[in-house]
Design a protein around this ligand. Structure first.
Ligand code: ZN
Length: 52
């Protein structure tokens, strides 16, 4: 699954292949990320960008 580092100074994205289900460490900055929150949702439909 694809994860995005929750460290705002890092924002590294990587493909996670580990066994952990809840937490893992960012391979770049070793920040402890919550996998559920860091998981990147892949949308099939393109989102329309609306500027308000
Ligand atoms: Zn990171």
């Amino acid at each position: 699954m694809k994860l995005k580092c929750q460290n705002k100074k890092c924002n590294h994205k990587w493909n996670y292949k580990g066994k952990q289900k809840f937490y893992c460490n960012c391979p770049k900055c070793m920040y402890k990320v919550n996998i559920k929150k860091a998981k990147i949702k892949v949308r099939k439909n393109q989102m329309e960008v609306s500027n308000k």
